[in-house]
Ligand binder design. Structure first.
Ligand code: ASP
Ligand code: MG
Length: 487
């Protein structure tokens, strides 16, 4: 597989391979993943938590918020049982088993700590205060408790990766290979936006130099295993990069190490022209450009965390996406430039979209209106997927769940008349020269003549053409467009 790399010269001999939750699901999956890493000559292996573990940890935090002790106990027991079963099946060493039990004990301690802190937080919020001074004190105490809760949550979320990385490291070592487990927190420095921490790239490169290079340089065959998803602030608090963030971790490390190849091993053999569950004729994509793949990841294909390609693009690191269950099936290579650049490479669907239209006569002949709108989105850390504007109004799509942010809505309402329409699906055509191809839009709308289309976005990108359809019509639109453009 490696011979497919477009890099003519292998400069650093560094391959970073990431194995997702399904590639770490049980002892057999871990054996398979370790085997792939060895065969591929990976220098750095980044792992997700075992399948289902992060969901359980998230559920523990929810049970802590509602004070549901019984559920916490159940979930902790499930986490313990599933990890012990894998450890047993892999027959890990005595010392690794001890370490695993320590990690499980820590998981429990953190979970109960969180439960207790959440209880205090709720109690404080409920008790009334008489004077203004005591109100201010109370607010401050509450903020402190909330910060502690956030830190405990991220510490808990990262425990799954700590355990899975221990398991695969032990397995590699006792099957005759040499591997060390590195605490990702030593390298993935982040800010303190808990649960959605932002990597601090300027420090990460140095930290890779300090903590990874000495372990792998000149030691062919030695593997550094580390946790995806987790990071650390400069103050030493654990953070996480957002759900699905292990892909991003691997890309950050590939960037920091100037790797030759980044591999993402998952449960499907790469990207397809569209979701094969919706369109059975969907075809595998063997090569795709960075730009197209980034659009695809952002606009609906769930296969890669949308930020993954950013660091890879910066250093033009080829990315391979393949299945750890069927590695022999090959997968998708993502390069800066690819041989074929079809007009339409793929189709994506993004569900649960809302259309926000903001209208104001103030926009007429003035400047700064778009700035004011996007400052609001920026302040609320909400991303807008697509936008169109006319002289006096701006239409934008966002995920439905964004509407829960009442403060965002009210800030937007301050800027003009806000109209909100929910229940749309965003369909994207992803390809090349899309904004320069005469007749494309006509072909699209002829194919979809019986489907109502709203908000069309074309022109901003050579790689994307998107529009909204009513909820429930998106799959039909995908099938028609697939027949029309991909066949
Ligand atoms: N374990 C984390 C999650 O499930 C990160 C990842 O797997 O990418 O979200
Ligand atoms: Mg994933």
């Amino acid at each position: 597989m490696l011979s497919h790399s477009k890099k003519t010269e292998k400069v650093n001999n560094i391959i970073v391979s990431k194995f997702g939750g399904s590639s770490m699901a049980d002892a057999n999956a871990i054996r398979r993943s370790a085997d792939i890493a060895v065969k591929q000559g990976s220098s750095v292996v980044v792992v997700s938590a075992t399948y289902g573990t992060t969901n359980r940890l998230v559920e523990i935090t929810e049970a802590a918020d509602s004070g549901n002790r019984k559920r916490i106990v159940e979930l902790l027991a499930e986490v313990r049982a599933s990890h012990c079963a894998i450890a047993d099946d892999l027959a890990i060493s005595k010392s690794s088993l001890n370490e695993l039990h320590e990690l499980l004990d820590t998981t429990e301690t953190v979970a109960y700590n969180l439960e207790e802190t959440a209880r205090r937080f709720r109690d404080d919020e409920m008790s009334g205060f008489e004077t203004d001074q005591s109100k201010t004190d109370q607010a401050e105490a509450n903020n402190n408790l909330f910060l502690i809760i956030q830190r405990l949550r991220d510490r808990l979320f990262g425990m799954g990766e700590r355990m899975s990385s221990l398991l695969i490291t032990d397995h590699l070592n006792h099957t005759g290979h040499s591997a060390t487990c590195l605490d990702a927190g030593k390298v993935i420095r982040t800010d303190d936006r808990y649960t959605h921490a932002v990597p601090q790239f300027d420090t990460i490169e140095e930290l890779c130099e300090l903590h990874i290079h000495p372990v792998i340089d000149g030691k062919q065959g030695h593997i550094v295993v580390t946790q995806g998803f987790v990071g650390k602030t400069s103050e030493g608090y654990d953070t996480t990069l957002g759900r699905g963030g292990s892909d991003y971790s691997a890309a950050i490390l590939a960037w920091g190490l100037d790797a030759d190849i980044l591999q993402i091993w998952t449960d499907v053999s790469g990207m397809s022209t569209t979701d094969p569950r919706i369109v059975p004729d969907a075809q595998p994509i063997s090569e795709i450009s960075f730009q197209e793949a980034a659009e695809l990841a952002t606009f609906g294909a769930k296969i890669l965390h949308p930020s993954t390609l950013i660091p890879a693009i910066w250093k033009e690191i080829p990315v391979f996406v393949g299945s750890s269950i069927r590695p022999e099936n090959g997968g998708t290579w993502i390069y800066r430039e690819v041989g074929k650049a079809p007009l339409v490479r793929a189709l994506a669907i993004r569900r649960n979209q809302a259309l926000l239209t903001l209208t104001t006569t103030q926009m007429l002949n003035t400047y700064g209106f778009l700035y004011r709108i996007f400052r609001v989105f920026n302040d609320h850390r909400v991303s807008v997927d697509s936008i169109t504007t006319s002289e006096i109004s701006v239409a934008m799509t966002v995920d439905d769940k964004t509407l829960r942010d009442r403060a965002l809505i009210s800030d937007l309402e301050d800027l003009g008349q806000l109209n909100i329409e929910e229940s749309y699906e965003l369909i994207s055509l992803i390809g090349n020269n899309i904004n320069h191809t005469a007749g494309l839009a006509q072909k699209v709308f002829t194919a979809l003549s019986d489907i109502n289309v709203r908000m069309i976005c074309q022109g901003a990108s050579r790689h994307n053409f998107c529009f909204l359809v009513d909820e429930g019509r998106g799959e039909q639109a995908l099938r028609k467009l697939h027949t029309e453009f991909i066949g």
